[in-house]
Write a protein that binds this ligand. Sequence first.
Ligand SMILES: Cc1cc2nc3c(=O)[nH]c(=O)nc-3n(C[C@H](O)[C@H](O)[C@H](O)COP(=O)(O)OP(=O)(O)OC[C@H]3O[C@@H](n4cnc5c(N)ncnc54)[C@H](O)[C@@H]3O)c2cc1C
Length: 300
Amino acid sequence: MSYDVAIIGSGVVGLFIAYELAHYKVKVLVIDREVEPGFGVSKGHAGVIHVVQPPFNSLRSKLAVDGNKLYDGIARRLHVRIRRLSALLVARNPIQLIALPAVWLILNRVYGKRGFRVRILGPRGLRRSEPNVNGLGAVEVEGYGVINSFELVSQLYNFCRLNGVDFALSTEVTGAKVLEDEVVLVTSKGVYRTRYVINAAGLYSADVARLFGDEYRLGFGKGAMLVFWGEQTRNIVAPLQLIPNPKTKGGAIIPTVFGTTIWGPSLSIGDRGDRSVNEDDVGVLIRKFSGLLRNRASRQ
Ligand SMILES: Cc1cc2nc3c(=O)[nH]c(=O)nc-3n(C[C@H](O)[C@H](O)[C@H](O)COP(=O)(O)OP(=O)(O)OC[C@H]3O[C@@H](n4cnc5c(N)ncnc54)[C@H](O)[C@@H]3O)c2cc1C
């Protein structure tokens, strides 16, 4: 079978690429070894549409902002639930409180001119915005969002199917032969011919790249999240980190579109197949977030 474009991976990245291509006259195939689309990392994330994404001068940071601004239109077109809210970085001690203006200055310089309002909340402002949050003050960044990521993946898939994209699920790409004017993809279910290949294999993208003679290394980590019934905060709330960790944004207390609350994710060492959650993962999250909430009874 012959295609213009073959996308390896039907996570949120592969599906969004297929969604864009479905608007053009191109024959597109999405291949995934899982039985359903979005069954890789995309089935287990917190659904946050971010604004702040260090390092600030990176392509990743720019794309986070550009992507954020596209989400309302996409959610409307695909009937996916989305909710706009702010992120509050909360000062818990006097040193963090003194640092708030500097944090505001940096974030406002970067994100203010990209169209996101950044402001400082004193103790009263914080109390008004977040009656259940314990803190001396906060920096608020507007323009965050939370989305129903399950709906997003299934609606992208439905749109693609209805608009002529083919899917080969339960199909693993195991080899590739690059010929002069086409690529032959060898899979567990036979051979596909295509003019272009897009590698959207997520954690396995370096393995797929190796099939084409390209070498790079990915570092892996494991993220755990706790999910609670009921809403604990109105916005995304995180303790202010004065020394950012380049490997993680640090997690937060996140109100979801389902009326539940997520704490996390954490980041710990783990190989890419490790989906276990142990006592340490849970302990890290409880130590980090429980002190941020005033009303312990609201934690269910
Ligand atoms: C705990 C946690 C919380 C997160 N929270 C957020 C958040 O709030 N906001 C946010 O923006 N991001 C979040 N992320 C990150 C986000 O989930 C990922 O960046 C995103 O899901 C990656 O999508 P993807 O399509 O690249 O990868 P995946 O969803 O993993 O898709 C890759 C697909 O490729 C397939 N594949 C791989 N190799 C092959 C092969 N050889 N043949 C066939 N198929 C193959 C896999 O089966 C898989 O389905 C979170 C991540 C974690 C772990």
